[in-house]
Design a protein around this ligand. Structure first.
Ligand code: DAT
Ligand code: MG
Length: 154
């Protein structure tokens, strides 16, 4: 089992898309193990996006993610990082495949509604950045036995 960090960015919250986006993860069979809304402090945004510091879009990105509340989600499942990235789609909504979250709901490269960790290592770093350990809940999802074949489990 893997846990990944998802952030519904200010545009997703303002456009009233939180429910529809959460639904994508739930109907896939993934488990929500953490959730919290917040205004993002600039320092936290800069740390989260540190790999992009110095790129031309960086100042606009920081302004955007700190401009209005976001919804943090911690999502768990087998290969959750890769599965979520696939559900999210390509970075630019105008180019993302239909059927993906960005492909179905967006047109923009910067205002692309959602963040998902890009590797297991990023997920660990980012979950620790945004959630306190006690905010990630270990609980049994009863429907899970119908989402996975027992032989799927590592
Ligand atoms: P992703 O969010 O798909 O992992 P990324 O890590 O390359 O994409 O970039 C982080 C965020 O920065 C992305 O979600 C939106 C913004 N961004 C990336 N490239 C951009 C660009 N060329 N113009 C504007 N914003 C961009
Ligand atoms: Mg990224």
């Amino acid at each position: 089992m893997e846990t990944t960090l998802i952030i519904l960015k200010p545009d997703a919250v303002q456009r009233g898309l939180m429910g529809q986006i959460i639904d994508r993860f739930e109907r896939k069979g993934l488990q929500v193990v953490g959730a919290r809304m917040m205004m993002v402090p600039e320092e936290l945004a800069r740390t989260h996006y540190a790999e992009h510091e110095g790129k031309p879009f960086f100042p606009g990105l920081i302004r955007f993610v700190t401009s209005s509340p976001v919804l943090l989600l911690a999502i768990r499942g087998i290969n959750a990082v890769a599965v979520c990235r696939k559900l999210i789609g390509a970075t630019n909504g105008g180019k993302a495949e239909p059927g993906t979250i960005r492909g179905d709901f967006g047109l923009s490269g910067g205002y692309n509604m959602i963040h998902g960790s890009d590797s297991a290592e990023s997920a660990q770093r980012e979950l620790a950045l945004w959630f306190k350990p006690e905010e990630l809940l270990d609980y049994k999802l009863d429907a899970e036995k119908w989402s996975y074949d027992p032989s799927d489990h590592p």
